[in-house]
Design a binder for this molecule. Structure first.
Ligand code: HEC
Length: 140
């Protein structure tokens, strides 16, 4: 009986809280400045592939390559971990609705990263901007 309880709690532990070395446990960004993040978004030319509904002007004068939407009404707000991974490691998880050509090619995201060219401070502000563009569906 004791063993069974121990085994069961082990399973519950594993499923509820992943503490493996590459788990997101403990991840937390400092608060960023969304307005500065919007400028970073423009400067790094994210708009050439992305549409953010509240900011159509970000696409003005841009030669569009793709129309991948970020933010808007969703079942929940994207977490910081999801957004950081989407920006610096896009192939880790391909956004729903874009798991096909030309958004993915050879199993990899077609998104260009700017990892060599983005400071940590810029990343923090960029994530604050992106996260602020998500809205959660109200409960009915
Ligand atoms: C060459 C086109 C391209 C550029 C440039 C680009 N992206 Fe992307 N991005 C994509 C594609 C395609 C996807 C969907 C596939 C995926 O999830 O990687 C995507 C997905 C994303 C997502 C996930 C959206 C979701 O619903 O989960 C975020 C966030 C994102 N990009 C942010 C950025 C930011 C910030 C920049 C600028 C630093 C940028 N992207 C530049 C093509 C691009």
């Amino acid at each position: 009986m004791y063993l069974r309880v121990a085994a069961l709690s082990g399973i519950l532990f594993l499923t509820s809280c992943d503490l493996s070395p590459d788990s997101p446990h403990g991840f937390r960004l400092p608060d960023g400045d969304a307005e500065v993040g919007r400028i970073v978004f423009e400067e790094k030319q994210c708009s050439s592939c992305h549409i953010i509904e509240a900011w159509p002007e970000l696409r003005e004068g841009v030669e569009p390559e793709m129309d991948v939407r970020i933010g808007g009404m969703q079942t929940r707000i994207a977490t910081q971990g999801e957004l950081v991974s989407a920006v610096i490691n896009p192939s880790h998880r391909i956004a729903r609705g874009y798991r096909r050509e030309p958004y993915v090619s050879g199993g990899e995201s077609s998104m260009r990263t700017v990892n060599e060219d983005l400071t940590v401070a810029e990343l923090i502000d960029l994530i604050a901007f992106l996260q602020g563009e998500y809205e959660e569906f109200p409960d009915y």
